[in-house]
Design a protein around this ligand. Structure first.
Ligand code: PLP
Length: 372
C-alpha cells in the first residue's frame, strides 16, 4: 500500500510509539493520584505539555490536553461564548473551515449567537477587505484556520489576528493541519491542534490558550487541567503526543524541504491535464488537491485499491455530499466530483510518490478511454 492520505491521519513515528510503550504495558497509575507512581505519571504529562507548548511556539499561554482537536474546537468556541461578559455576541468564520468549526458555529447560532460565514475567493483565500468591512464592536470571536485540510490553502493568520484584536475580538485558529509542518504564525488567542496529524497517537488533541483568554469549561467533573477540562488524562497518549511534537519541532525544516521536493516530483509525474484546486503558491505543499475534466474521483480511488488517497475530508468522504470547500471555491458539482486529494509527508519516499502519481494518471486516462 502506498499511503497518500496524510491530511486524514499520519503514520505514528517510531519514537512516539516507543515513548508510549511503558505507559501502556507497565505504568498504569492514575496521574492525578498522590502516590509515587501517580506523581511519576503526572511528571511525564508535564514534560509532554512543555514539548507540545514548545512546538506550538507561542509565548504567554499554556496548553490543556483534550480528547481530540474536535473537542478543543468545541471547547474554544462554546466556552468563549459562555464566558463573554462584554455583551458581544457575534462570531465571524469562513466557509472553508473544518466541520468541527462550522457545525459548532451553527449550533451556537441555534442558541442565539449572531453568525457570519464569510465566502472565500476562487483561490481559497479570505478577502481581508471583506473581513475589515464585517468587523465591528459586536464581534466576540473570529475563527479562521491556518491550513485547509482539503486543499492545503493557508490563511494570513497574523494579519487576521491583528484585525480581530483591533476590533476588540478574540482570535481562534484551527491549526491542526499547520502544526508540526511549519512554524505557526503568531497572533491567535486560542489554537487547536491534534496529535494524530503530527505522527502521534489518535485520541488526543490540545487547546493552547493565551493567559486571560481561557474559555469556560466544556467538560465538568474532577477538575483536572486546572479546572478547565475534567477527566483522567492518559499518560500514554500525552507522552506520545509530546514525543511527536518534539520530533516535529526538531525536524520541521527538514520535513518541510522534503515536502517541497515531493510536490514538484508529484506534479511532474502526474503530467498534463490536471488543475490544482486552490492557490498553488499560498498553500502547504504536502496537500495536492487536483481535478481533471470528466474524471470520476470516487471511481479512480476504487480502481487503485493499493494506493491510499482520498476525495477530500475523511469525515465527508462516504457521505456522498460534494465538498463544501470545493463548492466555496466556486467549483460546480462535476468539478468537485472530478477532484482527488493526494497527501504526503515525512515518511513518503519520492519513488513511491512518483509511482503512485503515474498510476493515478494512467488510471485517469484509462477512464477517459472507457467513457469516450
Ligand atoms: N480541523 C482540521 C483542519 C482537521 O483536518 C481535523 C481532522 O481531520 C480536525 C480539525 C479534527 O481533528 P481530530 O481528528 O483530532 O478531532
Amino acid at each position: 500500500m502506498i499511503y497518500l492520505d496524510y491530511q486524514a491521519t499520519t503514520p505514528v513515528a517510531p519514537e512516539a510509539a516507543r515513548a508510549m510503550q511503558p505507559w501502556i504495558e507497565e505504568k498504569f497509575a492514575n496521574p492525578h493520584s498522590p502516590s509515587r507512581w501517580g506523581h511519576e505519571a503526572s511528571a511525564a504529562i508535564e514534560v509532554a505539555r512543555k514539548q507540545v507548548e514548545k512546538a506550538i511556539g507561542f509565548k504567554g499561554g499554556s496548553v490543556a490536553f483534550t480528547g481530540s482537536a474536535t473537542e478543543a474546537i468545541n471547547w474554544a468556541l462554546k466556552g468563549t461564548v459562555e464566558k463573554a461578559s462584554n455583551g458581544r455576541n457575534r462570531i465571524i468564520t469562513v466557509a472553508t473551515e473544518h466541520a468541527a468549526v462550522l457545525d459548532t458555529c451553527e449550533w451556537l447560532a441555534g442558541q442565539g449567537v449572531d453568525l457570519t460565514v464569510l465566502p472565500v475567493q476562487a483561490n481559497g483565500r479570505l478577502d481581508l477587505d471583506l473581513l475589515a468591512r464585517e468587523l465591528d464592536d459586536r464581534v466576540l470571536l473570529v475563527a479562521v484556520m491556518m491550513v485547509n485540510n482539503e486543499i492545503g490553502v493557508t490563511q494570513p493568520i497574523s494579519e487576521i489576528s491583528e484585525m480581530a484584536h483591533e476590533a476588540g475580538a478574540i482570535m481562534f485558529c484551527d491549526a491542526v493541519q499547520a502544526f508540526g509542518r511549519f512554524e505557526l504564525w503568531e497572533g491567535p488567542d486560542l489554537v487547536a491542534v491534534s496529535a494524530h496529524k503530527i505522527h502521534g497517537p489518535k485520541g488526543i488533541g490540545a487547546l493552547w490558550m493565551r493567559k486571560g483568554r481561557e474559555p469556560a469549561p466544556l467538560i465538568h467533573g474532577g477538575g483536572q487541567e486546572h479546572g478547565l477540562r475534567s477527566g483522567t488524562l492518559s499518560p500514554a497518549l500525552c507522552v506520545g503526543f509530546g514525543a511527536a511534537a518534539k520530533l516535529a519541532d526538531e525536524r520541521c525544516t527538514r520535513d518541510f524541504d522534503h515536502v517541497q521536493r515531493l510536490w514538484k516530483a508529484a506534479i511532474h509525474a502526474l503530467g498534463p491535464g490536471w488543475t490544482v484546486n486552490g492557490c498553488p503558491d499560498c498553500r502547504y505543499h504536502g496537500n495536492l488537491n487536483i481535478r481533471r475534466k470528466g474524471l470520476d474521483g470516487a471511481r479512480l480511488i476504487a480502481d487503485l485499491r493499493d494506493v491510499a488517497f482520498s476525495l477530500g475530508s475523511a469525515c465527508a468522504s462516504g457521505s456522498g455530499r460534494p465538498s463544501h470547500v470545493l463548492r466555496a471555491l466556486g467549483l460546480d458539482y462535476r468539478e468537485s466530483r472530478s477532484s482527488v486529494r493526494i497527501g504526503f509527508g515525512r515518511y513518503t519516499t519520492q519513488g513511491e510518490l512518483v509511482e503512485a502519481c503515474k498510476r493515478i494518471a494512467a488510471a485517469a486516462v484509462e477512464q477517459e478511454k472507457l467513457d469516450a
